[in-house]
Design a protein around this ligand. Structure first.
Ligand code: ADP
Ligand code: MG
Length: 227
């Protein structure tokens, strides 16, 4: 089975004055097509660091980060930006929508940046907004939307460039319980329907049953959680 993301023996440290903080240590992980993996672990354990290395937002000190068959560990900023546009979609704790763009424009911007704009793009945007039940709000600005609606737009934006891999860092942290479940169900549904894959970093125990696999960040490594 194809694995769109493989990390091998990844290391990452940060300097804190004189001290080296070794946050990620000999971490290996692989993500299978079609699966939703939850990453749990205490605050400060390195979950976001792992996700940003997996997502080509920062480079590891050592090890391999293989995205869609290519090791990007030593890629420069431009090469990483291209990998992000072609293969990765992000969902953050707050939606990070561009305040002065309408909902539909949030999505067209991504397609244009990824050089994917074509005659079918308007229709694709409409379909993606329908999938997250936000097509009726296509002309709205972010300030006109609720927290849950903004996250639904953020999900549509993450999927619009057809990335194999979706990375979500605490996507439900600003939502109430019902909305949190709905957001994770939506991510999972699109992953299954479109044969994508997703990693969701979370503190939210209630969403774990909606994920296919749970891994725990501990001592700089990801360990499979059973039961
Ligand atoms: P988590 O997401 O599990 O809460 P993080 O990956 O955000 O953990 O952070 C893990 C540790 O690494 C924290 O102690 C944090 O302060 C440190 N850290 C993360 N990024 C940096 C950075 N760019 N510079 C220095 N320290 C960092
Ligand atoms: Mg974090």
């Amino acid at each position: 089975m194809f694995e769109p993301l493989i990390l091998e023996n990844v290391e990452k440290s940060f300097k804190d004055g004189e001290k080296e903080n070794h946050i990620v240590k000999n971490l290996s992980f692989s993500l299978r097509m079609g699966e939703v993996v939850a990453v749990v672990g205490p605050s400060g354990s390195g979950k976001s660091t792992f996700l940003s290395i997996a997502g080509a937002l920062q480079s590891p000190d050592k090890g391999k980060v293989i995205v869609n068959g290519t090791d990007i560990a030593t890629f420069n900023e431009i090469e990483k930006a291209n990998i992000r546009l072609d293969h990765l979609g992000y969902i953050f704790q707050t939606s990070n929508l561009v305040p002065y763009l309408k909902v539909e424009e949030q999505l067209s911007l991504v397609l244009k940046m990824a050089n994917q704009w074509s005659s079918g793009s308007k229709r694709k945007i409409k379909e993606m907004l329908s999938a997250v039940e936000m097509d009726h709000r296509a002309k709205a600005y972010p300030y006109q939307l609720s927290g849950g609606e903004k996250q639904r737009v953020a999900i549509a934006r993450a999927f619009i460039n057809d990335p194999e891999i979706i990375l979500a860092d605490e996507p439900t942290a600003s939502l109430d319980s019902n909305r949190s479940m709905a957001i994770i169900e939506l991510i999972s549904q699109i992953v299954k329907e479109q044969n994508k894959s997703a990693i969701i970093v979370t503190h939210d125990e209630q969403i774990l049953p909606l994920c296919d696999r749970i891994v725990v960040m501990r001592d700089g490594q990801l360990i499979e959680r059973v039961g």
